[in-house]
Design a protein around this ligand. Structure first.
Ligand SMILES: Cc1cc2nc3c(=O)[nH]c(=O)nc-3n(C[C@H](O)[C@H](O)[C@H](O)COP(=O)(O)OP(=O)(O)OC[C@H]3O[C@@H](n4cnc5c(N)ncnc54)[C@H](O)[C@@H]3O)c2cc1C
Length: 310
């Protein structure tokens, strides 16, 4: 137990007044928790049994324990050296999904976006069909303001519940957050526990058909099924990152096992043996080349976690 995170979690386990019911892992490789299939180990990884167990776990951690929240890992690049703290893994754990009013859906952070979208259409509620194609959790969608085909997550948020590092739960309104394109700023030291999404009454079967159509469009234009993080860069105002990357002649460019997709230039694929360093180097190269050739500095959408050389 020499890693800071292991020590911290040992303290959490020993000091918890109520026994922990979640799953605790030490030195857990994060490769299998990310859609790029890269990333070194987390000193500790905790999969809470439910929200009370999570609050209990957090309350037992030292106040300065480095924490990272992970959903489906579809928008993170975790360094090959890993994360020297505690990862809270919500996917499939904080999984309550229910109606709280005729047009209000309540989803905890670990619910898959696709599950929430289908749950809504089955109840003749429309507006979040776009979530069906986003391979993430509700927590990740809230943190990123995930969106597609003109829709985005925060347009539907009525209220969120957050939790802080001491395990205290807060109820917050959208006004407590600054929400932008693939970017959300909120109260420091709080993470998403759940959201209440307000939807419209509509034609459920038509919405289900729209989901199928949107998924077909994705399959036709994106390298779905290959390890990626979706779009690496935000689209600059009035343009598309993919167009700029292609115009810079970077389609299919490779560094190590990382490659710019030949199908969609804003996707970087792990061809099999990429390291996080390969992917980071390719992102940096694409950013520099696009700036050199077009004058546009692309902003990465993907979050880098852990230590990278730049
Ligand atoms: C094939 C493919 C297609 C994609 N298409 C789209 C698309 O169309 N539109 C789009 O917006 N995105 C898209 N993405 C990116 C990604 O799926 C979304 O950003 C998604 O919202 C990430 O959710 P996640 O649960 O995987 O988050 P993660 O990748 O696990 O985490 C992303 C960030 O959110 C934070 N986070 C996660 N959970 C919480 C929480 N509970 N509280 C606070 N912070 C949290 C993490 O700490 C991290 O900073 C795509 C990705 C792939 C692989």
């Amino acid at each position: 137990m020499t890693e800071p995170g292991n020590h911290a979690v040992a303290m959490a386990s020993e000091t918890a007044a109520v026994p922990l019911r979640g799953e605790l892992r030490h030195d857990e490789p994060l490769t299998r928790y990310t859609s790029w299939r890269v990333g070194g180990p987390a000193a500790c990884l905790y999969r809470p049994a439910d929200r009370d167990d999570l609050a209990n776990f957090l309350a037992g951690l030292p106040a300065d324990e480095p924490l990272f929240w992970l959903g489906l890992g579809s928008n993170v690049l975790i360094a090959d050296s890993g994360f020297p703290g505690t990862v809270i893994h919500t996917q499939g754990r904080l999984d309550t999904l229910k109606m709280t009013a005729a047009d209000c859906l309540y989803a905890e952070a670990g619910v898959a976006c696709a599950k929430a979208a289908r749950f809504a259409t089955r109840r003749d509620l429309i507006g979040i069909e776009f979530l069906a194609g986003i391979p993430g959790t509700i927590g990740g969608a809230l943190a990123m303001n995930a969106g597609a085909w003109g829709g985005d997550t925060w347009s539907h948020v009525e209220r969120v519940e957050t939790i802080d590092q001491q395990g205290r739960v807060h109820s917050r309104s959208p006004g407590d957050f600054v929400v932008g394109y693939r970017h959300v700023d909120g109260p420091d030291g709080e993470w998403f526990l759940a959201a209440e999404l307000r939807l419209e009454r509509g034609d459920g079967p038509a919405a289900a058909a729209r989901i199928r159509e949107l998924l077909d469009r994705r399959n036709a234009t994106q390298p779905t099924g290959l390890p990626s993080c979706g779009s690496v860069f935000r689209n600059p105002p009035g343009d598309h990152a993919a167009r700029l990357i292609e115009a810079a002649g970077l389609k299919s460019m490779r560094i190590g096992g990382a490659q710019v997709s030949s199908k969609h230039a804003n996707f970087i694929i792990n061809t099999g043996d990429a390291s996080a360093a390969d992917i980071a180097a390719l992102i940096d190269h694409v950013q520099a080349e696009v700036e050199r050739t077009s004058g546009v500095r692309l902003i990465p959408e993907v979050h880098r976690i852990g230590a990278f050389s730049r």
